[in-house]
Design a protein around this ligand. Structure first.
Ligand code: SF4
Ligand code: SF4
Length: 126
């Protein structure tokens, strides 16, 4: 029996954002040493019992990083989960510090842009 697959994700705008920012994303992913030093500079990580999902590196690696590795081909469910990381678990306060110079808030912002391009956003973000 054939199942009709509903395409919920429009990969064109995702690919466009990824291509425009390829250099920055690639550099961030390759430079991250997974040292977790950025974690202590994120007040949300500290105030949420050091939940790993609040770690700045976790947030960019599992959103824009994953989108980049999968060439934008992700499910709507995966995108919703990414939305939780970039909207609910980061306020873009820009306080996270990476000794390797990775601009984490900027990478998380790219994750937000991609989520928005697929209708994943928060009311305050309209
Ligand atoms: S401090 Fe920098 S290199 Fe270390 S885990 Fe965080 S983002 Fe990666
Ligand atoms: S920008 Fe996001 S990840 Fe960085 S310190 Fe602020 S809340 Fe944490």
């Amino acid at each position: 029996m054939k199942h009709k697959i509903k395409l919920e994700i429009d990969t064109a705008p995702i690919k466009s954002i990824l291509n425009q920012n390829k250099k920055q994303i690639k550099l961030g992913l390759s430079m991250c040493a997974h040292c977790a030093l950025c974690a202590e500079s994120c007040f949300l990580y500290i105030s949420n019992d050091r939940d790993p999902e609040y770690m700045p590196a976790y947030k960019f690696i599992n959103t824009i990083g994953r989108l980049y590795k999968k060439k934008g081909k992700v499910s709507k469910e995966a995108l919703e989960k990414m939305g939780e990381l970039v909207f609910d678990k980061c306020v873009l306060c820009t306080r996270c510090y990476c000794p390797f110079g990775i601009d984490i808030p900027s990478l998380i912002t790219l994750g937000r842009r991609i989520c928005r391009s697929q209708g994943v956003f928060r009311e305050y973000d309209k």
